[in-house]
Design a protein around this ligand. Structure first.
Ligand code: ADP
Length: 477
């Protein structure tokens, strides 16, 4: 197949979150499976050095943006066999220090920036020397692509449009007057169109006008049709349920594999778990926790420190977790209030809570390898990556059963010796602590603990599977 993927970030070029990993890995995997892939990205300032080798394909991509006609250029880079990246250049809009904003403030013209990008992608397709079968757009920044395609080229060209929601909490909401930038007839601004409580909602363009709609896990695809998780779009999503599918993201096992990980002290697999204990001792040392307590369980956490991830529940539960005999290794950054709360707890329990506030790739790997358990008490979790990494590292996940966490973590059953972790339903410190207690109890029963670890390490959430699921959605008629 010939596939176009559109998104606002992509590894290895530019990343602020999981979206970049998904676009990078999916593009690579589809090409590896024998398909021809072109991925579109805006040419941000941060990319300019990295793409010096890119070829200019056209410097006259012209699109309407409200009353203006704006011109952009496209540059193409061959990344691998059958895999190209096309950068959309428009310096007035994208030659800036940030991606979406600076100093915690979004750029005020983000609607203009991503409407231009989306329209420019559609306008560029005829210049690609390539007749695509599929146009796959991701998140609100690219959500306008299926709609614009359907207006501009659709009648002449059969092509399937797919739109993926990575996090419904980000919808691309803008004041009503920005609707002019869409250059759509006024009747598109209504409840059945792009209006959302008087504002312009760009995500709705992707939901309404794509042939196939996906969310990044089966559970999340179901949850977003409910009031609790639907962020106001649950009714619309329910009406689209016939075309809505869940496709779990994959884990990048080239970067996250204890057998080859270059950040950890000793490499290991499920036959050499003694080396995992070496990693644990190294982690305790790094976090200035007493190494002589290496016999006791360590619970790891690597996360944005925000309420979505349940960090407030963890902060509340630290004294009990310590009382239950476990230590904690926490890495993250985010909400200053929660960060302060955790810092205070680390001062109160200096030998039991190892904390690093900040972003630290190496330590993230060291926690995955050195901890015994990994805690993810998320309020919502579209897919989640860390639980998949933890499984591969034999670091038993303790998760709230929501979204992708529910799809990947199966509670351990001592009777059948099946399951790869521990989970809980209610979002309270008490239910979380009960799951932690179950995990600690199992940890004390060596035979069961080894079984959970083996079950966890045998799980396979590779990208190949996810790419194959997307392919079957691309191919279905
Ligand atoms: P989300 O995208 O919602 O933040 P995910 O679990 O999908 O959550 O992905 C988070 C990714 O970011 C993981 O790869 C995780 O290891 C990494 N990460 C999060 N916080 C940090 C941090 N402080 N330092 C290093 N890596 C981090």
């Amino acid at each position: 197949m010939r596939i176009i993927i559109v998104g606002s970030e992509m590894t290895p070029f530019v990343k602020t979150g999981g979206l970049a990993d998904v676009i990078g890995a999916l593009s690579r995997e589809l090409a590896a499976l024998g398909h021809e892939v072109v991925t579109f990205l805006p040419l941000y300032r941060a990319l300019k050095d990295k793409v010096a080798a890119a070829q200019c394909v056209s410097n006259n991509i012209r699109v309407p943006l409200g009353g203006r006609s704006m011109v952009g250029a496209i540059y193409e880079l061959q990344l691998a066999e059958r895999q190209r990246v096309v950068f959309v250049r428009q310096d007035e809009l994208f030659d800036r220090a940030g991606l979406y904003g600076e100093a915690d403030r979004d750029y005020v013209d983000n609607a203009a920036r991503y409407l231009f990008f989306s329209k420019a992608v559609v306008a560029s397709i005829p210049a690609l020397r390539f007749v695509p079968d599929v146009l796959h757009a991701h998140d609100w920044q690219a959500a306008f692509v299926p709609l614009w395609w359907s207006r501009m080229l659709a009648p002449a060209w059969r092509l399937r449009t797919v739109f993926t929601i990575h996090n419904l909490a980000y919808q691309g909401l803008f004041p009503r007057d920005q609707f002019d930038l869409t250059n759509l007839p006024a009747d598109y601004f209504g409840v059945k169109g792009l209006e959302f409580y008087g504002q312009l909602n760009l995500l709705k363009a992707g939901i309404l006008y794509s042939d196939v709609l996906t969310a990044v896990s089966q559970h999340y695809a179901e949850e977003i049709q409910t009031k609790e998780y639907g962020c106001g779009l649950e009714g619309l999503l329910r009406s689209c349920h016939g075309k809505l599918h869940g496709v779990l993201n994959g884990a990048d096992y080239t970067a996250w594999n204890p057998r080859t990980d270059r950040y950890i002290t000793a490499n290991y697999d499920n036959h050499s778990l003694a080396n995992k204990v070496t990693c644990k001792r190294a982690l305790l040392e790094t976090l200035k926790l007493p190494v002589e307590r290496a016999w006791a369980p360590v619970i790891g956490m690597v996360s944005r420190i925000v309420e979505q991830k349940g960090c407030d529940l963890v902060a509340e539960a630290v004294p009990q977790i310590v009382m239950m005999g476990a230590s904690l290794a926490i890495l993250g950054a985010g909400d200053p209030k929660l960060e302060r709360q955790l810092r205070k707890l680390a001062e109160r329990y200096p030998t039991r809570l190892g904390l690093k506030i900040g972003f630290d790739e190496a330590l993230a790997h060291q926690i995955e390898a050195g901890a015994d358990m990994f805690l993810m008490p998320s309020r919502f979790e579209p897919c989640g990556l860390n639980q998949m990494y933890s499984l591969r590292y034999g670091t038993v996940p303790i998760v709230r059963a929501t979204g992708g966490l529910a799809d990947t973590v199966e509670p351990y059953n001592p009777g059948t010796q099946t399951g790869n972790g521990f989970s809980f339903d209610d979002c309270t410190p008490e239910t979380m602590l009960a799951a932690v207690a179950r995990a600690l109890e199992t940890y004390r029963q060596r035979q069961h603990w080894v079984r959970v670890i083996q079950n966890a390490m045998a799980c396979d959430f590779s990208w190949r599977k996810s790419a194959q699921q997307y392919l079957s959605l691309y191919q279905a008629t």
